[in-house]
Every structure is written in structure tokens, then in C-alpha cells.
Design a protein around this ligand. Structure first.
Ligand SMILES: *Cc1c(COP(=O)(O)O)cnc(C)c1O
Length: 418
């Protein structure tokens, strides 16, 4: 079932989230469907950075660590992100990058699991997990004398857990290529039945789909600041540990900001109580300030339920319109049609023209991205994407396919970042 452009415009008129688009500095005429890769600039961020640079840094100098509360930014922003992912105040901190947090969280989880059951030596993940997660897991598995086992199909995870050999299950909740979402509660339950610890990467979940880390009984989680949280390129990431681990787990990057008393300058490391032990070095204050504005833009929507409702409506409309209007050109849907299995992105596969088709779309102001070897990704971000945007994007895609415009040689030239 599809709708006309006028019907899409009517949906936008009735949409309570529609005016949130004004929070962002989006280029005129662009339909931005890549907020799953880099969120746009909130107007508030540019203003806040001016203030941090000229007043807090320029005038306040070193005193701003106290007077402008720079020192507590990791917890202050962490508490805001916690509200989006079902964590309690004080449980989640902002620090470092997602890759570094993967190292710290898996580096904390693995020794806990091995201490409880030394005979289990498997870290389990998916072959199609984001590569950095796999590279970090390879490194830590090797250091701890464990094997990294990778499944090709999500359905293989449960039975492998039931065999009872898995020390840590490390998954990305919403897959970056397919947009497929795991059932976090069910996998946590199955893992806990074997006292397997779970580590969830929420890079494509935080600010995109409802997450309930405590309610779903996860053990550890990490996530990204620059995708759906709109924190800016290379924004700091976050890390969370369940209360049953936070007070006694040992993370391997034992830097001074994670010390119980950093400004006592003791020569021996003693971890801070709770999740603050996941900090390593000095927080990047400018980047933190930008991240806070991005997180505030998401919180301004008044809860993940409303965002999820609109996100699903946008992605379903996209799928329906592609079905109706883009057939016969070799495109196929990779993302599950079932709402419960879908994050906030839709991926299409084209066996040999995914890259030039995406380049042609971008040239016409419809910005998604390409993931090797054959995936076109479209992120649906309800804060600044409307129903008519989805309609226009599919209209452009169908036109590019019908005319064969994507065959222009210039669209085949590969850039460094795809
Ligand atoms: C985007 C993403 C990352 C990015 O890691 P960085 O350290 O920020 O480069 C990591 N994991 C997943 C699953 C991602 O989607």
C-alpha cells in the first residue's frame, strides 16, 4: 500500500515531531538520510561551542574545570544518555571512542566471566558485526587465551549459547549493514541461563530505538555519540556496566580520570566506585559540549516511544514505496520487514551498482551511504525527516533507476569515505 505525495504532506502536517527539524542547521534542498552515520548540526551546538571557547576556556581558563563543571561532564552527559537506553543515573559515562570503549568493556567482562568459569573460552559475535568490534574482540580473545567464534546467521546465536561454552556474547544491537535488530531481552535471558555475560554495542540504537538495559538485564553496553545522538564528527562515546559489575570489575585502561581520587595523585591505582572507573584520561571538553547539545536535541522529543513510532512509519513508507516504484532494476531489500526486527535504517542491496546509484542520489541531494560490497543504506531520523522527504527520496531513486543516470562514469569514482 502506498500513498501520494499529497498524502505524505498531510502526514507531515499532523506530525507532532515535525517542528523539531528547526533545531538543526540542515542544508536547504537536501534530504539527509545519513543521520545513522553522522547526525546533523543542531543550531544550539554552534552557539554553545562559542560560549565554551570564548567564555569558559578564554576567560575562565583552568578555573572552568570547577566553575563550569567540566570535570563532571562525563557523568552529566552520561546521565542524559542513560535516559535514552534504560540506565539509571550514575551508571553510564561518556568517554573515548566506541572502539576504545569496546576494549574497556570487553576487557572488563572477559576476566569476570573467566574467573567464574575458567573452562569456557569463547567470545561469541557475528561475522557481520561492525569490524572495529571484531578487531577489538580478536585482540582481547588472543590476550586471554580465548577463541572468537563468529556466526553467519542471527538464528545460530541462541543454540550456541545453550551449549554453555560462551564466556561473553558481544553483539551490536542493530546491525550497521542490514538494519536488523536483535531481541536484546531474549538473548540476555538465554545468556544468563548459562551465566554468559553480554556486551551490547548500541551505536545504531541510542537515540534510534527504545533500549532498556536494566529492564532487559544486560551486563555491559557501549555506544556512539555522533550517529543518532547528533554529537558531531568523532564525538565521544559512552560505556555502561550493570550495577552488579560496576563496583568490582577491572577495566584494562586504568588511567587517572578513572581513579577514585584523581587529584590526590597517588602512585597506586584505585578505581573510582561505579562506572566512573571506565574513564581513562582527561575528557575532551569541546567535543563533550557539542555532544551534550546533540543529546539534548534527542531528549527534546519527549521520549523514545514517539521517536520509534515515527521512525517505523517512515521506514515502512520507504519500503512500501520502493516495492511499488523501484522494481525490475535488481534492487532487493536486506532489512527485515517486521517492525520488531528493524532498527531505524533500511538497507537495499544491488549486486553491481550500489555505489554509483548512491552517488547519483547524493548528486541530486538525497544523501544516504554505501557499504561495501553492495549495500545502499538509508537512515530514518524522525527529528528532522518528514514523510514527504521519504516520498521525494524514493521518487528520485525511481527516476535514477528508470533513466539509467547512475551509469554516468563520474558516479563510479570511489572516494576515501563511502
Ligand atoms: C559506528 C560504529 C562504531 C564506530 O567506532 P569508532 O570508535 O567511533 O570509530 C563502532 N561500532 C559500531 C557497531 C558502529 O556502528
Amino acid at each position: 500500500m502506498t500513498i501520494s505525495r499529497n498524502e505524505a504532506l498531510a502526514l507531515d502536517r499532523d506530525d507532532a515531531l515535525a517542528q523539531h527539524k528547526q533545531l538543526f542547521d540542515l542544508p536547504a534542498g537536501m534530504i539527509y538520510l545519513d543521520g545513522n552515520s553522522l547526525g546533523p548540526l543542531p543550531h544550539a551546538t554552534a552557539q554553545r561551542l562559542q560560549q565554551v571557547v570564548y567564555e569558559e576556556w578564554g576567560r575562565g581558563l583552568i578555573g572552568s574545570w570547577n566553575s563550569a563543571h567540566w570535570v563532571s561532564l562525563p557523568e552529566r552527559i552520561g546521565d542524559k544518555i542513560a535516559r535514552l537506553v534504560g540506565a539509571a543515573p550514575g551508571e553510564l559515562v561518556v568517554a573515548d571512542s566506541t572502539s576504545v570503549n569496546a576494549y574497556k568493556a570487553l576487557g572488563a567482562a572477559l576476566p569476570l566471566a573467566l574467573a567464574a568459569r575458567p573452562e569456557r573460552r569463547v567470545v561469541l559475535s557475528e561475522r557481520h558485526n561492525f569490524p572495529t568490534d571484531l578487531y577489538i574482540a580478536q585482540s582481547l580473545a588472543r590476550q586471554h587465551g580465548c577463541d572468537l567464534v563468529l556466526v553467519d546467521e542471527p538464528g545460530q546465536i541462541g543454540p550456541l549459547l545453550d551449549e554453555g561454552n560462551v564466556a561473553v556474547l558481544m553483539l551490536t544491537h542493530v546491525n550497521y549493514r542490514s538494519g536488523r535488530m536483535h531481541d536484546m531481552a531474549a538473548l540476555n535471558r538465554r545468556a544468563r541461563a548459562q551465566s554468559t555475560l553480554t556486551l551490547w554495542d548500541l551505536a545504531h540504537s541510542a537515540g534510534a530505538v527504545p533500549v532498556d538495559l536494566n529492564g532487559d538485564d544486560a551486563d555491559f553496553a557501549i555506544g556512539c555519540g555522533y550517529k543518532y545522538l547528533n554529537g558531531g564528527p568523532g564525538a565521544p562515546a559512552f560505556v555502561w556496566a550493570h550495577q552488579r559489575h560496576a563496583a568490582h570489575c577491572v577495566q584494562p585502561l586504568s588511567g587517572w580520570f578513572g581513579h577514585a581520587a584523581p587529584f590526590a595523585f597517588h602512585s597506586d591505582y584505585a578505581p573510582a566506585p561505579g562506572s566512573r572507573r571506565f574513564l581513562c584520561g582527561t575528557p575532551p571538553v569541546l567535543a563533550m559540549a557539542a555532544l551534550e547539545c546533540g543529546v539534548d536535541s534527542v531528549l527534546s522529543a519527549g521520549g523514545m516511544a514517539a521517536l520509534r513510532r515515527k521512525s517505523l512509519a517512515l521506514s515502512s513508507l520507504f519500503i512500501d514505496l520502493v516495492d511499488a516504484r523501484c522494481g525490475g532494476h535488481g534492487l532487493a531489500l536486506v532489512t527485515p520487514r517486521a517492525d520488531a526486527l528493524r532498527g531505524s535504517q533500511v538497507s537495499l542491496v544491488h549486486p553491481d551498482a550500489a555505489y554509483p546509484i548512491m552517488q547519483a542520489l547524493i548528486a541530486h541531494g538525497v544523501v544516504g551511504d554505501f557499504r561495501a560490497p553492495d549495500i545502499l543504506r538509508f537512515g530514518f531520523t524522525p527529528l528532522y525527516t518528514g514523510f514527504a522527504d521519504v516520498w521525494d527520496a524514493v521518487d528520485m531513486l525511481s527516476g535514477i533507476l528508470a533513466s539509467g543516470e547512475w551509469r554516468k562514469p563520474s558516479y563510479a569514482e570511489r572516494r576515501a569515505v563511502t
